[in-house]
Design a protein around this ligand. Structure first.
Ligand code: DHK
Length: 149
């Protein structure tokens, strides 16, 4: 039996609070609703999809390590760790699949400390500023990149 191509949707700190967290930046959709719509879109395009959220840097590092050989793509909103985490950058550097950094908000319109991403130089691409649609745009990008392989 052929193995289904699998995508990991990874979310970092405070993204479990979506729905009520600063809606002016992050909208009103809950993380569960975003994950459900990503899973439906992935399934409609023939992909398996696993979703995971953690507030802990080390758990996110472990998930990226475990994705090697398991998931062919990672869509990752690292939250505030985007701007600070050498550990997550190193984990992504070592990941051999397609990787997309996503943000709900347009980080370039916000405070200066959010303009710098430690992850951007080691991922396939970055999508920011489209609210929950940033995730569906990332899925489309992943589909296109994986279809080329
Ligand atoms: C989410 C966060 O939690 C912030 O720390 C980032 C990002 C932006 C987002 O827009 O999804 O700076």
């Amino acid at each position: 039996m052929s193995k289904k191509t699998s995508i990991l949707i990874l979310n970092g700190p405070n993204l479990n609070m979506l729905g009520t967290r600063e809606p002016e930046h992050y909208g009103t959709m809950t993380l569960a609703a975003i994950e459900d719509s990503c899973s439906a879109l992935a399934a409609a395009n023939g992909y398996a999809c696993t979703c995971f959220q953690s507030n802990h840097e080390g758990e996110l590092v472990s998930k990226i390590q475990e994705a090697i050989g398991t998931h062919q793509a990672i869509i990752f909103n690292a939250g505030a760790y985007t701007h600070t985490s050498v550990a997550l950058r190193d984990a992504l550097s070592n990941y051999d699949g397609v990787s997309v950094e996503v943000h709900l908000s347009n980080v370039y319109k916000r405070e200066e400390f959010r303009h710098k991403s430690l992850l951007a130089p080691v991922v396939s691409g970055v999508i920011a500023g489209f609210g929950a649609s940033s995730y569906s745009a990332a899925l489309c990008a992943v589909d296109e990149l994986l279809s080329k392989e």
